[in-house]
Design a protein around this ligand. Structure first.
Ligand code: INI
Length: 156
């Protein structure tokens, strides 16, 4: 296998600038995701001065704000963090779908990696599990994915 050319991302955030967009809705969980993302990036050599946290009301507002940040070209990557919990709302599907579609579209349109750290869970227990307990921290995972994608794109 060692004759196959392989391109993969170096997990080193030194010198990179990140925007972390965090919903206030369900902040009990989202704050844990923010903590996980910041911790991950700093442990992978990001300079805290190069991290900016932007608070938005809810997941529904994230795409518009992420779009403006991406268009500004001030950031190498954007980490989008929120939590939509099915049991807590009848419009779970609308909020989750619009946020997901919007973020994917912006990333492609603006050529900026957008880490998808939106918890979409059936209940509070699943949200707890994914925001720093037995299923890990999806904020850290989204930060890692953003970093890896930045470093892959640099080589293409
Ligand atoms: N926003 C979320 O981020 N998570 C949710 O679970 C949620 N629920 O349950 O409704 C939610 N709603 C608010 C929405 O994102 C907008 O902020 C609101 O509709 C105002 O535009």
């Amino acid at each position: 296998m060692n004759q196959i050319k392989t391109i993969e991302g170096r997990m080193d955030a030194a010198g990179l600038r990140f925007a972390i967009v965090a919903a206030r809705f369900n902040d009990l969980f989202v704050d844990r995701l923010v903590g996980g993302a910041v911790d991950y990036l700093v442990r992978h050599n990001a300079n805290p001065d190069n991290l900016t946290i932007i608070r938005v009301p809810g997941a529904f507002e994230m795409p518009l704000v992420v779009k403006k940040l991406a268009a500004s070209k001030k950031y190498d990557g954007i980490v989008a963090l929120g939590a939509v919990i099915r049991g807590a709302t009848p419009h779970f599907d609308f909020v989750a779908t619009e946020c997901t579609k919007g973020l994917a579209h912006i990333s492609l349109e603006q050529n900026v990696p957008v880490g998808f750290g939106l918890l979409t869970t059936d209940n509070l227990e699943q949200a707890i599990e994914r925001s720093g307990t037995k299923a890990g921290n999806k904020g850290a995972d989204a930060a890692a994915a953003t970093l890896e994608t930045i470093r892959v794109l640099e080589q293409l």
